[in-house]
Structure formats: structure tokens, C-alpha cells
Design a protein around this ligand. Structure first.
Ligand code: ADP
Ligand code: MG
Length: 637
């Protein structure tokens, strides 16, 4: 049935994005041409690569180029390439659907965005690629033939809910996208895209660095008024990364960034460097100004592009960037590699690894500089990429010290501002030797957790760690600047000074003797849930809290490992009770006087359940807890 004309529906998300394009929430309409040229250039790169890898592929790669064709009468503009082209199935799957992860989320945000400015910014962060054509065209026709195949495919749509695809016999190799232009409209920022100078200007501004010639036929009027047609190349084709740093304008860097990243927003930082010596390379790297929607999805795009002597070799070259810097975009042009190098060989290559080490150092040094010199920019960086960068504290031991300098975390010191570790150390109290941190789901839960009481009473600052990755790196890093990183919810806490300790010792001794019976009995009652019940030195107002041994898995990590499918034995924690609290003191008395065993055991259970709830944890049997509590409350009425 492949040769028939089919009318198909766009995938729901694609349809919604198209509607946004047709109604043009994006004010800079000129960029549609950048997107079409960018796709054409990608298709040319892909074909050159395919021909390189497969010597038998019967394709002509002698004159890879982009042609822009204008018909003023018909008001059409065509962007044509003789690149890799698409099969009919590819046309349906890549043009009819949007596979980018996060599309649904973006659409939800767009619906919620109240004003046009916010919508523009969102769509700009997403980048709509091919669909941008519908900002300026009322109808788009795409004719394409996949390199190596004989028949072609014609695709057509007016940007409504459907499109048609048909198989055609004759089609030049590559892809031609023809736009039937909407009328020019100054108010709507719709320029006359059939005008030579408009096109020249747009190509120069957005696509000058494209490595293939972008050609256009232009009319020349000679001396005697006779006109002739002449084909001109509109772009300089100069590889930006090969030009001396001082000669490249920021705007040129930004357009190049948009081409390689498929992002519509300007980058946050540009890094242009060159390696000389035995292994020569040039690198042009960018730190984006916002995280991609797929930063934490395993299918997300990562890594930079690899070129060899100006020839595009591969996208997403993960051998050149560690996973935790997967958001860095750009190009590395290595001069001394073979053109048909494989991903596997790259991973092993000693020199590639050396390049990668230098790139990482440079990126981290840049971030450090930004942190010192431009706090606002740094804040943007850290908000967007901090959670990914923290993975480096686990994976990249070579750069751990730098990463610890770059790191920022929330802290009890300030409600709004993050702090770095140096700042924390600078504020440590006299006599304080360790760096204290608390982990949990969110700031409010941690701050209200009983574990914080002693620290609050002492005026000690506590770092508040709420990213899932935090639990892992604090464990692995262990210390900063010679000071131990210590969890407020683990081990024994002793914040007393020598003097206070001596003073309190007699009292503690007395309490230990007094409570020994109760604690032993409670340990028995709660034996399925906790490994020990002891008196607490960290509580001031709460009756009880649950803590771990110094090297125990925390409840969050336990949950995380389970979610990842690991078998983890149930970790039993320690229940600490506060002898200064009337409930605990009362329970002791009741136990001493031989109260009803069942009723006392329920009180012990409630005490444990409350401790779990207070730290934001989960009860093993919430309905049982609620029932016991309701019974007790009923009796107090
Ligand atoms: P992106 O370029 O970010 O992938 P686009 O919406 O610009 O997104 O393009 C979608 C896909 O359509 C491309 O990834 C490519 O597979 C295909 N495509 C678009 N234009 C062309 C072209 N000129 N030649 C070959 N394939 C193309
Ligand atoms: Mg594109």
C-alpha cells in the first residue's frame, strides 16, 4: 500500500506544538530559515559519514550543498539539500511525531504560562526545529529521497491536524522543503522571504559558519539593462572553532551554539580552546543557560560533536565528556584521528582520554571563575545543572577538590541563599570540629525533624541536602578541608564542651540507671523494628527520634536501591528517647509500677511511630497506628 497517498494524523503533542507555531507565539520568525538550513546541514554531514563508512554506497558526495530557491510569483521558498534524505517511514516517524522527552511537560507549562513572554521563553528553551516553518508558511511540501534508494516521498501539510504522504517515482537525492509563504506583514514580524536581501541577511546572521555552501540564484542587471542569473554562495563556511578567539563575535558563537545544541536560547558560557603539541585539537564548548528536559532521562542526548579536520564524525561523543557534564554542548575537532574511528576505539584511546581530562578541567575552571566573579550567573548554572554536577563528586575523584569548591547547598544559615562549604567552615562555632548535614525530601521536613533539635539549641549550622544524589556523595566524599561530614541523623551526637560534659555526666549516669529497665523492655517490644532503644542527647523538645549507625544505609538510600531493583536487607535503626519529655518519663513510671503490659507496649509503638512521622518517614502499618491513637484519644475525652 506504500505507493498510495495517505492522510495521517499528527501525534497529539505534535499537533499542539504546530498550533503554537501557526499562531506564532515566537516573535522572531526569521529563525525558521536557520532551522531548515541546520537540518539540511545535518543531512549533508550524515551522508558524507555514511559514504565514508560504507564504500559501496552508491551516492554522490562531490558537491554537498544547500540551495535556496525562490519563486516570487508563486511566493514559495525552497530549501534543498543533496544529503542523506529520508525513507517514507522516517518521514512519518520523525516529521509526524515529536520524540523529544519532556514534550508533554513543556506543553503543560505552556498552557499554564499566562503571558506571551513566558510562552516564548519556554518554546525557545525547547526549540521546535522543522515545525518553525509553519510560523511563516501556510503550507509546507517536503520531497525527499533516501540516499541509496530509488523512489522518493512527498509530504504535505497546512499545519492543521493532518498531513499527507505519497510515494513519488522521481526525486533528486536529498530533501527539498518548499514553503508556501504567508503574506509579508510588518506588524507580525513576517518579512518578505522571497527578497534576495532578506535571505542574504538571515543566512549571514544565523548560518554563516555552516560547513557546506548555501547557494542561491540571484538576478544581476548588467550595463545595458539586460538581466542575467548568477549563483552565489551566501555563507563564508569558516569553521568557527578554527578561527582565532579574538576574532569571533559573541553573536556568532551564539548562533553556532544554537546549531549544535538545537536550543533556541543563548548559552550561559562559551569556552574556546586549542590543544597543541603531539595531539592537536580545537574545542568550542558551551554551557547552556537552561537544563534540557531530558537531563535525567537515560535516553537524553549527551556529549559533544566530534570532527576530524573539519569533517563531522559523530554526534553525542560521550568519550569526550564525562556523564556528569552531559549538558555541555559543542565541538571538538581532533586533527590526528582516522576518519572512520568508532565509538569503542575512542573510549580506549589514550590521547582522547587526555583531551577529555583537559576539557573537564577547563569546564570546571570556567564554572569556578563564574562562581567567584558573577554570582548571578553562577546561581543560574547551579540551579539548572547542580544536581547533575554533584554526580561528579561520586564519579570523578580526580576533580573532587574542584567540584567541592563549585558545590553549593542549602543551609540553616540562610532561608533563601545557598552556601558553599568554605562559607560553612568560616562560620563554624568555637569548638565545632565537624560539618553537619541533614538529608531528606525537602527543606521544611528536615528543618522540623527532631534530629535538628540539639543543633538548633547549640546554634550550629546544618547543611540541608534534598537531592537524591546528595546521600550518596556525602557518604563517599566523607570530609572537606580535613573536617568530617557528619549526618545529624546518624551515630551518637555529643555537642557538649569538655566542661559541660563533666557537669552533665553525673546526671546522665543517674538517668541511665533509672531508665535501664524501660529501655531493655522497649527493645524487646520493638525488636522487629529497631535494633536498640537508648537515651538521646540530641533531643530538646520531641519525645523520640530514630537514628542510624554511622555506616548504615539511610531510609532514602534503602528506598532508592529498591526502586533500582537491588535486593537490600531491611536496615534496622535505633530509637532514641528523650528522658526530659513527660511522655517518656511517664512511660517509665508506668512501667516501673507494673502497668498493663499490652497498653504500655502500645505506647512504645506510638512513640516509635511518632518518631518516624516527625522525620517525614513512612509507618509500616499506618492504619494500626491510627487505630491505637484514636483509642487513646477517645479515652482522654
Ligand atoms: P532536530 O533537528 O532537533 O532533530 P527537527 O524538527 O529540526 O529536529 O528535525 C526533525 C528530524 O527530521 C531530524 O532529526 C531529521 O531526522 C529529519 N529531517 C529534517 N530535515 C531533514 C533534511 N533536510 N534531511 C534529512 N532529514 C531531515
Ligand atoms: Mg533541526
Amino acid at each position: 500500500m506504500n505507493d498510495q497517498t495517505e492522510t495521517l494524523e499528527f501525534q497529539a503533542e505534535a499537533r499542539q506544538l504546530l498550533q503554537l507555531m501557526v499562531h506564532s507565539i515566537y516573535s522572531n520568525k526569521d529563525v525558521f530559515l536557520r532551522e531548515l538550513i541546520s537540518n539540511a546541514s545535518d543531512a549533508l554531514d550524515k551522508l558524507r559519514l555514511a559514504a565514508l563508512v560504507d564504500k559501496d554506497l552508491a551516492v554522490d558526495i562531490d558537491d554537498l550543498h544547500v540551495a535556496i530557491e525562490v519563486d516570487r510569483e508563486a511566493r514559495t521558498l525552497t530549501v534543498r539539500d543533496n544529503g542523506v534524505g529520508m525513507t517514507r517511514d522516517e518521514v512519518v516517524s520523525v516529521i509526524g511525531t515529536i520524540a523529544k522527552s519532556g514534550t508533554a511537560e513543556l506543553l503543560r507549562q505552556l498552557r499554564e504560562a499566562k503571558d506571551a513572554g513566558a510562552s516564548q521563553e519556554l518554546i525557545g528553551q525547547f526549540g521546535v526545529g522543522f515545525y518553525a516553518a509553519f510560523m511563516v508558511a501556510e503550507k509546507v511540501v517536503l520531497v525527499t529521497r533516501r540516499a541509496g534508494e530509488s523512489g522518493g516521498t512527498r509530504w504535505e501539510s497546512d499545519g492543521g491536524g493532518t498531513y499527507t504522504v505519497a510515494t513519488v517515482d522521481e526525486a533528486p537525492q536529498g530533501t527539498a522543503v518548499t514553503l508556501h509563504l504567508k503574506p509579508a506583514d510588518a506588524e507580525d514580524n513576517l518579512h518578505d522571504y522571497t527578497a534576495e536581501w532578506t535571505i542574504r541577511e538571515i543566512v549571514k546572521r544565523y548560518s554563516d559558519f555552516i560547513a557546506h555552501p548555501i547557494r542561491m540564484a540571484v538576478q544581476r542587471t548588467g550595463e545595458g539593462d539586460e538581466t542575467s542569473t548568477e549563483t552565489v554562495t551566501l555563507n563564508s563556511m569558516k569553521a568557527l572553532w578554527a578561527r582565532p578567539r579574538g576574532e569571533v563575535e559573541p553573536a556568532e558563537y551564539h548562533e553556532f551554539y544554537k546549531h549544535v545544541s538545537h536550543d533556541w536560547a543563548d548559552p550561559l558560557e562559551t569556552i574556546h580552546m586549542r590543544g597543541e603539541g603531539t595531539f592537536e585539537y580545537e574545542a568550542l564548548l558551551f554551557i547552556p543557560s537552561h537544563a534540557p528536559l531530558d537531563l535525567f532521562s537515560p535516553q537524553g542526548r549527551r556529549g559533544v560533536q566530534l570532527y576530524v579536520k573539519r569533517v563531522f564524525i559523530m554526534d553525542d561523543c560521550d568519550a569526550l565528556m564525562p556523564n556528569y557534564l552531559r549538558f555541555v554542548k559543542g565541538v571538538v575537532d581532533a586533527h590526528d584521528l582516522s576518519l572512520n574511528i568508532s565509538r569503542e576505539i575512542l573510549q580506549q584511546d589514550r590521547q582522547i582520554r587526555a583531551v577529555r581530562r583537559r576539557l573537564v578541567k577547563k569546564v570546571l575552571a570556567t564554572v569556578k571563575e563564574v562562581k567567584t566573579g558573577q554570582p548571578e550567573r553562577y546561581r543560574t548554572f547551579w540551579t539548572e545543572f547542580g544536581p547533575a554536577v554533584k554526580e561528579g563528586l561520586i564519579d570523578d575523584t580526580d576533580n573532587r577538590d574542584t567540584l567541592l569548591e563549585i558545590l553549593s547547598v542549602a543551609s540553616t544559615h540562610d532561608q533563601a541563599e545557598l552556601t558553599d562549604l568554605a562559607g560553612y567552615v568560616g562560620r563554624m562555632k568555637d569548638g565545632q570540629t565537624d560539618i553537619y548535614y541533614a538529608t531528606g525530601e525537602n527543606r521544611a521536613t528536615i528543618e522540623n525533624s527532631p534530629h535538628m533539635e540539639a543543633f538548633r539549641a547549640k546554634g550550629y549550622e546544618v547543611l540541608l541536602l534534598t537531592d537524591p544524589v546528595d546521600e550518596v556523595w556525602v557518604e563517599q566524599v566523607g570530609s572537606y578541608d580535613g573536617r568530617t561530614l557528619r549526618s545529624v541523623a546518624k551515630g551518637q551526637v555529643d555537642l557538649d564542651t569538655e566542661e559541660e560534659r563533666t557537669e552533665a555526666e553525673a546526671e546522665r549516669e543517674r538517668q541511665r540507671a533509672e531508665y535501664a529497665d524501660l529501655l531493655g523492655w522497649m527493645g524487646g517490644v520493638l525488636t522487629d523494628s529497631v535494633k536498640e532503644v537508648r537515651l538521646s542527647t540530641r533531643l530538646t523538645t520531641s519525645p523520640a527520634c530514630v537514628v542510624g549507625d554511622a555506616h548504615d544505609l539511610t531510609p532514602t538510600l534503602e528506598k532508592m536501591y529498591r526502586a533500582m531493583g537491588h535486593e537490600v536487607p531491611k536496615v534496622k535503626r535505633i530509637l532514641e528517647v528523650n528522658p526530659g519529655h513527660p511522655l517518656v518519663a511517664g512511660l517509665r513510671k508506668a512501667h516501673e509500677q507494673g502497668g498493663t503490659e499490652a497498653s504500655l507496649a502500645e505506647t512504645a509503638e506510638l512513640l516509635y511511630g511518632m518518631a518516624l512521622l516527625a522525620e517525614g518517614g513512612d509507618l509500616a502499618d499506618p492504619s494500626r497506628f491510627a487505630r491505637i491513637l484514636a483509642d487513646r484519644l477517645a479515652r482522654t475525652l
